[in-house]
Each structure stands twice: as structure tokens, then as C-alpha cells.
Design a protein around this ligand. Structure first.
Ligand code: NAD
Ligand code: LMR
Length: 332
């Protein structure tokens, strides 16, 4: 079987030169993510911004001999960092400590994301915006509201990065099944926190797991972030696996922008799937294209167990999304 990459065909009109901005580039995720974006050959201009430390990261990464220029930007240079960007990746904000939920980060991260979104809407309104900052279920709606208020919202360009859940699902399934994780493709839908994370195991080769094993596996995928928070013991949450996840997702967005075919990743987007039930954003498989989101795929056939998980997740998501929307309404 052809690999996904080999199977993709190329559009002759597509560009392969992109400016990527990382906002929060000095952080635990930002630094390795910047490194990985430096290794992506579609990136010709890498703009690294943070409220502290970005020039140092940029100087370091810039010595790697790939075909891109790298520049670091200080807090007074956000406009310059963003201008001309095709893709903006946002890992800015505080991470969890043991005992916290992602929602506990809302009070700090909501205003950070709102302010960065305002700048992105002003200086690079057509860029694809990839939100890593937690709580993703709320920060993505915050960005949408900011863009709407400035009249530049394009739902095809806004993504919540849920790829770490997909990576964990592959890894954890392989540990249970004794398989090579590279060959384990698991679609993860819903959102990015606890019970809103729903791995669709019934759509894999492992649909016949006994209920106890299945429940434990689903729980581990849903709460994988907590394992890292606990192990880091106050020093933060996942950074290295997240950087790999962010680079994979940003790479897929760039592949889509470049006109490659059949670029599909699960991601949290403005979704038609459950809008009639009041769920404005939902993660499912999305085909990425030259304008960002090309197709939001339906969930496909679910087991009864998964139907129930989706039902519960929708209730939580409605609250998480409303929290983001209300925040911007009250704190424009
Ligand atoms: P970190 O504290 O190591 O780094 C955050 C960086 O953001 C710091 O360098 C800080 O200076 C910077 N920052 C803060 N305010 C800023 C602003 N206004 N503009 C620009 N930069 C700013 O944290 P981290 O471990 O890199 O995590 C970052 C965020 O990513 C957290 O909210 C975390 O919860 C989230 N996260 C999400 C996922 C996911 O799957 N989506 C996975 C892991 C972590
Ligand atoms: C993760 O899933 O690792 C991230 O969302 C960080 C966290 O707080 O768990």
C-alpha cells in the first residue's frame, strides 16, 4: 500500500513557500515546535514570537541548514511577526499543574488568546490559525468571536489542535494490542479535554476488545494529559509530544494549502455536524485544502458505546464553547 504521503498528488499551481509564525515560541512547546517547523521544507520564513526569549530561540534554530530564514520577535514586534504569515501556531499560555483541569487555565489563557487573536485578525486575517493553548474547547471559540467582531472570520481557517489525542490513541492502542503504533490509525473526535475526547475504536481493527479493556483504553486516551502533568510534578504538561503533534498538524495544513490531495486529520473546527443541536465546534476528520478546511467528515458508523460518549461530550462542549463566547462578549 502506498504511504499517505506518497499517495498524495500535487497541484502544479500550488506554492511551496510559506511564512509560519509561532506565538509562544519561547515556551515548553514553542521551542521544540519551532525546531520541527524549521525542519519542514515548505516553511521558508519562520517568525518566532514570545513575550520573552524568542530572539534566543530564533538564533539557535536559525543555524540549522534548511531553506528558511528565522527571526525572533519581542513583545513590541507582534505586527511584524504576523504580517505576511500563511500559518500562525499558538502555544502561548500557562500549562496545568497537578490537580488542575484544563478549564482551570481559562482565566489566564482566555485573555492571552483573545489578544493574540486580535493582532492576528488585524495583521494576518487570511492566515490559518492553529490553536494549541488550553482549554482548546473554549479558546477556539474565543478566536472565532474576535474574528467575527472584526469582520474577518473565515471558519475554514480556524483549527483547534487535537492531534496529541490522535498520537496517544495510536500509541496506547498499540501497547494493548502488541502492535506497531506506526500502523495504528485511530480517529479521535469531540473536543480536547477528558470526556470530550472520543477515540473511535470501533472503526479500528480493535473493535472486539472486551468491555473492561476497552474502557481502560478509552480512559487512558481521554486522560493521557494527566499522566504527563503528574509525572512532571509541577513543571508543566506535555511539551515534546505536543510539539510533534503540532508539527504534524501544521505540516498537514501546509500540505493542504500547497494543493496536495487527500490530506486528512481530525481537528476541532467550526463544524456543521451538530450545529442544529447547538454544538458550534466539534472535532472530526477534516480534509485540508488550499483554503484550509475543505471537507468536514461525518463521524461514520459508531458503536452504541461511542454514541453514548458523543452524547455526553456534546453537553460538555456546549458549555465550554459558551464560556469562550461569553468571555469575548463581556471582555471585548
Ligand atoms: P510554557 O509556560 O512552557 O510556555 C508558554 C509560553 O507562552 C511562554 O514562553 C510564555 O512566555 C508565552 N506567553 C505567555 N503569554 C504570551 C503572550 N501574550 N504572547 C506570546 N507568548 C506568550 O507552556 P507550554 O507547556 O508550552 O504550554 C502552552 C499551552 O499549550 C498551555 O496552555 C497548555 O495547556 C497547552 N497545551 C495544549 C495541548 C493540546 O493538545 N492542544 C497540549 C499540551 C499543552
Ligand atoms: C495534553 O493533552 O497533554 C494537554 O492538553 C496539556 C494538558 O493540560 O494535559
Amino acid at each position: 500500500m502506498l504511504s499517505k504521503v506518497a499517495a498524495r498528488s500535487f497541484s502544479s499551481s500550488a506554492s511551496a513557500a510559506y511564512k509560519v509564525a509561532v506565538l509562544g515560541a519561547g515556551g515548553g512547546i514553542g521551542q521544540p515546535l519551532s525546531l520541527l517547523m524549521k525542519l519542514n521544507h515548505k516553511v521558508t520564513d519562520l517568525a518566532l514570537y514570545d513575550i520573552r526569549g524568542a530572539p534566543g530561540v530564533a538564533a539557535d534554530v536559525s543555524h540549522i541548514p534548511t531553506n528558511s530564514t528565522v527571526k525572533g520577535y519581542n513583545p513590541d514586534q507582534l505586527q511584524e511577526a504576523l504580517t505576511g504569515a500563511d500559518v500562525i501556531i499558538v502555544p502561548a499560555g500557562v500549562p496545568r499543574k497537578p490537580g488542575m483541569t484544563r478549564d482551570d487555565l481559562f482565566n489566564t489563557n482566555a485573555s492571552i488568546v483573545r489578544d493574540l487573536a486580535k493582532a492576528a485578525a488585524d495583521y494576518a486575517p487570511k492566515a490559518a490559525l492553529l490553536i494549541i493553548s488550553n482549554p482548546v474547547n473554549s479558546t477556539v471559540p474565543i478566536v472565532a468571536e474576535v474574528y467575527k467582531s472584526k469582520g474577518v472570520y473565515d471558519p475554514k481557517k480556524l483549527f483547534g489542535v487535537t492531534t496529541l489525542d490522535v498520537l496517544r490513541a495510536s500509541r496506547f492502542v498499540s501497547e494493548v494490542a502488541g502492535t506497531n503504533p506506526v500502523n495504528e490509525k485511530v480517529t479521535v473526535v469531540g473536543g480536547h479535554s477528558g470526556i470530550t475526547i472520543i477515540p473511535l475504536l470501533s472503526q479500528t481493527n480493535h473493535k472486539d476488545l472486551d468491555a473492561e479493556t476497552r474502557d481502560a483504553l478509552v480512559h487512558r486516551i481521554q486522560f493521557g494529559g494527566d499522566e504527563v502533568v503528574k509525572a512532571k510534578d509541577g513543571a508543566g504538561s506535555a511539551t515534546l509530544s505536543m510539539a510533534q503533534a503540532g508539527a504534524r498538524f501544521a505540516g498537514a495544513v501546509l500540505d493542504g494549502l500547497a494543493g496536495e490531495k487527500d490530506v486528512i486529520e481530525p481537528t476541532f473546527v467550526d463544524s456543521p455536524l451538530f450545529k442544529s443541536e447547538g454544538v458550534e465546534f466539534f472535532s472530526s476528520k477534516v480534509t485540508l485544502g488550499v483554503e484550509g478546511v475543505k471537507t468536514v467528515h461525518p463521524l461514520g458508523q459508531l458503536s452504541e458505546y461511542e454514541e453514548e460518549l458523543v452524547k455526553t461530550a456534546k453537553e460538555t462542549l456546549i458549555g465550554n464553547i459558551k464560556k469562550g463566547v461569553d468571555f469575548v462578549a463581556q471582555n471585548p
